[in-house]
Design a binder for this molecule. Structure first.
Ligand code: CA
Length: 520
């Protein structure tokens, strides 16, 4: 039966009400508001301190800020385990790592047979695509289209894997990922279906190499230093003192651009050398020492890290412009987030991993036209655990019981949710491992953090009061004035561990070194 005959039949059956019925395929643009499209732009190690919607002192990010201006800025989006792979596994599954099985970047492999939100959305008729950094070792599942960087990926001339096939690119990786995302929206997706597109950047992950066209972006600016750049870690324990993530000691020649990346083309190399060589020469000649050397390293770090974000921001702008040009913007939820926070010299550090604020908090900005009030701000304890539940709920789909996150849709609608979580459980496992941050778990509230550092050679507690000590420089654990708070937090921690089904002993899969035993 052709479409005209079918329409005639329908008209005769249903009469006048169907005169407005359009028999041919209407250009839907995902126009059904009950099934909005979702564009999830995700970066790696992007500190909220480097997004001007949160803090404008280091960098302007006008395009990422557009999402905040047109939607909601979440001020406390927390991650359950502040490290790349585990965070990604949590987003896909809506579960803590002890349930999704991906504990660390050293030996975990994502079990792609388990439930994920892309699979559920695909099953419900959404078209699903992921382009960019994946970093979960096994091939993506639940996607109609995937094009990923192998492993960590590189910043220039990246190989990528498209549906299992290796492809070589020339150019800057952030631009290539944005181009691929726009190409998929323009030429490859089925415009009759709503979509979930995950556009996932490598930037600004270590070694934070900028787009060559932005090498001169800051005019050799001297960056404001964090108050704690020269933290001596007094007032806290051995874990904070013995880590390996300081700007002073841990940054290497590649991080500091004293040696170039190995895979530049001759033209790229020329541009690289023209920027870095004279500056490196001046540095060698000046030969700064002590604190001056740390200051030089910090400035070089900021130039490169922030420089690599410029292209992420530009890519967000190009995607937003494309949505607007095509009318897709009206029915597309746009989300910007990162897999965790990052240190930009606070406590003398770079990297992440800690329960402490700069590491624990990740940016979250959401634009949802007609639903979320432009320019709104939320201070609830939300998490990337909640992303999967949110996307399913926004699409009108049920959220599986087994997901441990909760839909943010009521918050995005501006509703006050009385029973929203007031405490949050955190657990970091990767020790021994890169940067030597000891295993720890703890509970976080709007004001306090209670932390237990454990294994293999430490066993101590800390208590932080972010009202009395916003920079988290001193543990109040064991002090009489905090006895009641401490007792209450211990109770809350026990309750959370039980509710979230945290095993008493770390699962064997989480153990990465000979010294890492499960017992605590
Ligand atoms: Ca990361």
């Amino acid at each position: 039966m052709n479409s005209i005959k079918r329409s005639s039949l329908l008209l005769s059956v249903f009469g006048f009400a169907l005169l407005a019925y359009v028999p041919e395929r209407a250009p839907s643009y995902g126009a059904d508001p009950s099934r909005p499209n979702i564009l999830f732009v995700f970066s790696d190690d992007h500190a909220y301190q480097a997004i001007s919607a949160y803090d404008a002192k280091l960098l302007q990010t006008p395009n990422i800020d557009r999402i905040a201006e047109q939607g909601m800025r979440f001020n406390r989006c927390l991650v359950p385990n502040s490290i790349c792979g585990p965070s990604r596994a949590t987003i896909l599954t809506g579960k803590y790592n002890h349930l999704n099985g991906f504990f660390n970047n050293s030996n975990s492999r994502f079990d792609g047979t388990q439930m994920t939100f892309p699979k559920l959305m695909q099953k419900a008729g959404y078209q699903t695509a992921i382009i960019g950094k994946w970093h979960l070792v096994t091939d993506p599942t639940g996607f109609d289209y995937w094009e990923i960087l192998p492993g960590q990926g590189v910043y220039y001339n990246p190989p990528m894997i498209r549906d299992g096939e290796r492809i070589n690119h020339e150019g800057y990786t952030t631009d290539i990922i944005t181009n691929s995302a726009i190409d998929w929206l323009k030429n490859q997706r089925d415009s009759d279906k709503p979509f979930v597109l995950m556009c996932q950047h490598k930037a600004p992950h270590r070694p934070w190499e900028p787009n060559l066209k932005y090498l001169g972006h800051d005019g050799d600016r001297k960056y404001p230093e964090p108050d704690t750049l020269f933290d001596d870690y007094s007032g806290r324990g051995v874990a904070e003192r013995d880590q390996d993530m300081t700007i002073e000691k841990t940054m290497n020649a590649r991080d500091l651009k004293l040696t170039p990346p190995p895979n530049l083309t001759p033209d790229q190399q020329k541009t690289w050398d023209a920027y870095y060589e004279p500056r490196n020469e001046a540095f060698r000649k000046a030969d700064p020492q002590g604190k001056d050397l740390v200051r030089w390293k910090y400035n070089r770090y900021m130039h490169d890290y922030l420089g690599s974000i410029k292209s992420v921001d530009e890519g967000v702008g190009r995607l937003l412009d494309y949505l607007k040009e095509t009318g897709l913007d009206k029915n597309t939820i746009v989300v910007y987030s990162s897999d965790q926070g990052f240190y930009l010299g606070e406590h003398g550090w770079f990297d992440k991993r800690w329960i402490f604020e700069e590491s624990l908090r990740t940016p979250l900005l959401v634009r949802w036209p007609g639903v979320t009030k432009p320019g709104s701000v939320n201070n609830d304890l939300v998490s990337n655990l909640d992303f999967g539940a949110t996307f399913l709920d926004a699409a009108g789909l049920p959220v599986p019981e087994e997901m441990q996150g909760r839909s943010l849709v009521p918050l995005l609608k501006g509703e006050a949710v009385q029973d929203w979580r007031k405490s949050f459980y955190y657990h970091y496992y990767e020790f021994p491992g890169p940067h030597s941050v000891r295993k720890h778990y703890g509970v976080v509230t709007d004001r306090y953090k209670l932390v237990h550092f454990y294994e293999p050679d430490v066993d101590y507690w800390e208590l932080f009061d972010m009202q009395a000590d916003p920079k988290e420089l001193k543990s109040f654990y064991g002090q009489t004035a905090y006895a009641l708070v401490q007792q209450r937090l211990k109770g809350e921690l026990a309750r959370l561990r039980q509710d979230l089904k945290v095993p008493d002993q770390d699962p064997i899969e989480s153990i990465i070194g000979p010294r890492g035993r499960g017992a605590r």
